[in-house]
Design a protein. Structure first.
Length: 283
C-alpha cells in the first residue's frame, strides 16, 4: 500500500531527495484520508534557610514549634530521596543493520547518557514528532517511541502495545535491507524512518477499516423503511463511532502536519541523513 505512493529511489543517491519523496508520500496519504501539588507547609526550606538539625536542642520556650519544623523538614528530605530513587526505566528493543534483535531494560538516565543525549530529549512531550538531536533521530508516533542512529534502531516501551507481529515478523527483515522497502539501498536511518512511517500508516488505515463498516451498517439500520421508530441503541452506537472517527481525523491531521513541517525545511531534511557525518558522499 505504502509503496504505491513512493517514487523509485535511484541506487546510490541518498540524502534530501530520497527523504523528501518518503515524507511526501506519507503526507499525501494523510491528505487523501482527510479529504474523504502541595501547599507551603510541604515545601522544603528555601535557599539560605536551614531546617533544624537532628539532635539539636529545642529552642527555649518553643518545643512544639521546633518539633513541628523538625518533622516537616525530615518528611521533605524523605520525599526528595524517594523521588530521586524512582528513575524511569525503559523496556528497549534494539535492531541493528543486519536485523539482529536484542531486548533489555535501561534506566532513562543511563540510556540518554549512552546515546549522547540530554534528559529532555527523551521526554517525548509531543504526541507526534520527528526531530534530530546530536546525530540521533528521535521519533514519537503517539504510543510508538523510537531512537534512530546510523547503526541501530531502538524501540522504547514496546511491551503491551500490540506491536509484537510488526516487531518480530516484519521490522527486522525490513531493516536488514532485503528489498522490502523502497529505501533498501539507502543508509540505515532512511530504512528505519520508512519502516516506522509504514507501520503508522497501516495503524491509521486499520482504525479506519474497523470504523467504516460499523458506521455504514448503523446508518443503513437507521434508515431502514421497515422500522416504525428509531432504535436509540443504534443512535448511541453512531455517536460513539462518530467520536472515534473525529479522533482518527485529528490524528491524521497531526501526522500530516508533522511530515509537511519537515518537507518545508531543507535543513530538517538534511539533518535526517545521519550518515553524512561519516560518509559525506551520501549527499
Amino acid at each position: 500500500m505504502f509503496r504505491r505512493w513512493l517514487l523509485p529511489a535511484s541506487p546510490g543517491r541518498y540524502g534530501r531527495g530520497s527523504c523528501r519523496r518518503l515524507l511526501a508520500a506519507a503526507a499525501a496519504w494523510g491528505a487523501r484520508r482527510l479529504s474523504g501539588g502541595g501547599g507551603p507547609c510541604c515545601a522544603a526550606p528555601g535557599l539560605g534557610q536551614r531546617g533544624p538539625r537532628l539532635g539539636a536542642a529545642a529552642p527555649r520556650g518553643q518545643p512544639w514549634r521546633w518539633a513541628n519544623e523538625l518533622g516537616r523538614h525530615s518528611a521533605t528530605e524523605a520525599s526528595q530521596a524517594t523521588l530521586a530513587s524512582v528513575v524511569p526505566v525503559f523496556a528497549v528493543m534494539k535492531f541493528d543493520k543486519e536485523g539482529n534483535i536484542t531486548s533489555f531494560e535501561r534506566k532513562k538516565t543511563e540510556l540518554y547518557q549512552e546515546l549522547g543525549l540530554q534528559a529532555r530529549d527523551l521526554r517525548f512531550q509531543h504526541l507526534m514528532s520527528i526531530a534530530t538531536r546530536n546525530n540521533r533521530i528521535i521519533i514519537r508516533m503517539e504510543f510508538l517511541k523510537a531512537v534512530v542512529t546510523p547503526e541501530f534502531l531502538l524501540i522504547l516501551d514496546y511491551r503491551s502495545l500490540n506491536m509484537e507481529h510488526w516487531l518480530f515478523q516484519e521490522l527486522a527483515s525490513q531493516l536488514s535491507g532485503d528489498g522490502q522497502l523502497v529505501t533498501y539501498s539507502l543508509p540505515f536511518e532512511f530504512r528505519a524512518i520508512e519502516a516506522i512511517l509504514q507501520y503508522w500508516i497501516s495503524n491509521l488505515q486499520g482504525r479506519l477499516n474497523v470504523l467504516q463498516p460499523q458506521i455504514v451498517e448503523t446508518l443503513e439500520a437507521l434508515v431502514d423503511p421497515k422500522l416504525l421508530s428509531v432504535d436509540r441503541s443504534k443512535l448511541h452506537i453512531l455517536l460513539q463511532n462518530g467520536k472515534s472517527l473525529s479522533e482518527l481525523e485529528t490524528d491524521l491531521k497531526v501526522f500530516k502536519e508533522t511530515i509537511l513541517k519537515i518537507l518545508d525545511e531543507e535543513e530538517l531534511i538534511e539533518e535526517l541523513c545521519l550518515t553524512k557525518w561519516t560518509d559525506p558522499q551520501v549527499l
